[in-house]
Structure formats: structure tokens, C-alpha cells
Design a binder for this molecule. Sequence first.
Ligand code: CP
Ligand code: NVA
Length: 312
Amino acid sequence: MRHFLKETDFKAEELPTLFSLAHDLKTDRGRSQRPLEYESWGLLFFKKSTRTRVSFQVGVYELGGNPVLLTAEDMQLTRGESVADTARVLSRYLHGLVVRCYGHDVIEEFSNYAHIPVVNALTDYLHPCQIYSDLLTLAERWSPGNPNPQSLKGRKLVFLGDTACNMANSWILGGALTGMEIVLAGPTEFRPGTRIDEELKLAGLSNNYVFTDDPYAAVRGADVVYTDVWVSMGMEAEKSARLEKMRPYSVTAELMAQARPDACFMHCLPAHAGEEVTQAVLDSKASIIFDEAENRLHMQKAILAMLKKFQA
Ligand code: CP
Ligand code: NVA
């Protein structure tokens, strides 16, 4: 059974097919392709969501399937039923399961016990659907009309702020998979952990990223400047300390001026204007935040369609 828990669950050589499928699905909103006809897919959320929840719900529907929205707190899960039993029971009703949860070990447990494909809709460790959608957005920019992962090779993406968060980890994996140069800039105590280095090794990918605590040096010559919230879901108790330590990594117009003149700004959203990025940068011509948000829908549909194809 193929699951999609991390970026490296697709091989680099499968990406051209995935990108071109996402492009086709985007072009006609999938009206000619209904691979999930007569299927029901569960969308299980332990955390809040706007983009992921709605894009998966619309996406499953557009692929001909029936999205079943599940909130963990309304299930027996939060009254002590195990993940293993929940996964086995849901597998008797559903054809696939999309999960957003805290610990990555929880989604791994779902995938170990489920008899249906499991898709990661964000864990504390990784957010692979976001990264794949972002990679598509960049490929559209650099190979218009026929988005090709080859066009990402050698491009420099700088991720600023919380460089130990799920998005930073996911950029390390997504960048390694596509040959991008990844630079992470943040406070030293938030540098990426060794777990992600192990992950790269496990996937046979070479270490393609560097870490620095100097935001201005990092951004010089960047093709893409990327940031994420400084207080991820579940980290609320550390809020004031994080805001203080990450302040120097805020993406401002002055910082953007260090990047290439044609550089773009990206953010997975939700954004906290005035913290990790200024409103002026969010609204600037360089900002492609809503294109990347839209591509969540098209890329996720392609991911579900590919997982379905692997089952055939
Ligand atoms: N970017 C993202 O995953 O947004 P949501 O938390 O709104 O789903
Ligand atoms: N790092 C953020 C991403 C939100 C899409 C979080 O986990 O809250």
C-alpha cells in the first residue's frame, strides 16, 4: 500500500508525471477525470485548518468521490479508543484517509494499521502536501505551460524564522528531491535537528541545505524567500519567547531587496502580518501566496489520483 506521509514517499522520477497530472487537473478542474467515483475518503483533523480542509473536501468531490469530514474531538479517539482500532475500523468504510495531527508517530501508526492509503495533511514534523503544491507553483513560474520539476534544479530558496518547524523540515526534503539549494536562517537554537538529516540519508538523498543565523547574508541572490508563522499549532505556550527571538528574521521590504530582482515571496499561510512578514511584502508584486494556496487543490487531487493508480 502506497501512503504519502513525507516528501520522499514519491521518487524524483515520479514527479514529472505528478506535476503534469496536477497541471491537467488544474486546466479543466478535473471534470473529465473522476478516479475516485463511488469512493469515500475520510478527512480527519486533530488541528485547525482552513486551506487543507477545504481544498481536500473540494478535491475529493471534484475527483468524483465523497469527502467525509472527521474532527478528532468528536470521535471515540478522544475518549480513549486507540489509533490502531480507529484505523482498522475506518478502513472498513473508507477508500482513503487524510490526517492532520500533532506527532508524526501518530500518522505513522494510522498508516501501519490502515488498509487504505493514508495522506499527511500536516504533522508537527512535516507538511508534504504544502511543499508539493509550492513546488508546482514554482515550476509553473519557471517552466510556464508545462510545469516541470527539472526547472527547480539549482534554484535558491531561503526559509526564514522557525527553521526547526514542519515547513522547514519539509523544504529540506522537497529541496533535496528536486535539486534546489535550501538555505535556512533563524536563531541558532531553532536550527534543524538531526532527525531530518537521518531522513535524507534514509531516502538516499544528499544533504542540500545550509543553516545560518544571518538573515541578510542568507537572502542574497535568492530566487525564493519563504517564511512561516513563528508559533506553530501546539507551540502556543512558547509564544512570547519565540516572537522575541525570531524578530530579526521578519521578512521586510529591506530584506527582500537583498534577493534577486525577480525573486518571489512565499508563505504557506495563515500569515501573521507584522510578525514573520510585513503586510507590504504580503501585498507586494513579488508575493505569490494566493497562487500557492490555490495549487493546494490541484496538487492534492493529483496526489490522490496517483495513490489510486498505484492500487490498481
Ligand atoms: N497552509 C495550510 O496548511 O493552511 P491551513 O492550516 O489553513 O490548512
Ligand atoms: N508551521 C505551521 C504551518 C501551518 C500551515 C503550523 O504547524 O502551525
